[in-house]
Design a protein around this ligand. Sequence first.
Ligand SMILES: *[C@@H]1O[C@H](CO)[C@@H](O)[C@H](O)[C@H]1NC(C)=O
Ligand SMILES: *[C@@H]1O[C@H](CO)[C@@H](O)[C@H](O)[C@H]1NC(C)=O
Ligand SMILES: *[C@@H]1O[C@H](CO)[C@@H](O)[C@H](O)[C@H]1NC(C)=O
Ligand SMILES: *[C@@H]1O[C@H](CO)[C@@H](O)[C@H](O)[C@H]1NC(C)=O
Length: 105
Amino acid sequence: MMFQLTLTNLAAMLAFSPAVLGFTTPCIYQGYTCGYTMIATYGYNNTELTTAVNKTSIIPPLADTQLLQVLYRCVDTNGTIAGNSLCIAGCISMNSTTLDDQCAL
Ligand SMILES: *[C@@H]1O[C@H](CO)[C@@H](O)[C@H](O)[C@H]1NC(C)=O
Ligand SMILES: *[C@@H]1O[C@H](CO)[C@@H](O)[C@H](O)[C@H]1NC(C)=O
Ligand SMILES: *[C@@H]1O[C@H](CO)[C@@H](O)[C@H](O)[C@H]1NC(C)=O
Ligand SMILES: *[C@@H]1O[C@H](CO)[C@@H](O)[C@H](O)[C@H]1NC(C)=O
């Protein structure tokens, strides 16, 4: 029963996902997430992370490895992300859908 419900929701989600987006799971609206979690957990790709970083004026263009250490903010319910800050000392994933990830201090 639970399993069926989950599959139905997933099918509904996939059906409404815009085809142009590369991610598999939209980010959590208003959440902050590390680049490496964006890729590993949500299925975003480097191009999408680069685009988000390029749209900011505070974060300069970055190498692929640096993209992973950027904190991204989820700006809508459709999975659009914006670069929030480059974590110089590394990004810390909270491994949680309710807690925001953070830059290491
Ligand atoms: C990344 O996602 C974009 C859509 O946002 C897609 O056009 C592109 O082909 C993807 N790139 C890779 C390397 O998968
Ligand atoms: C991001 O900006 C860099 C430097 O201006 C550029 O080389 C790169 O093509 C841009 N990438 C995307 C995905 O917008
Ligand atoms: C999300 O996508 C839908 C369909 O493309 C669009 O109508 C809606 O305005 C988008 N919402 C946001 C917050 O961008
Ligand atoms: C999240 O998981 C990673 C990998 O298992 C671990 O290294 C990290 O310490 C965890 N983060 C927290 C805040 O527990």
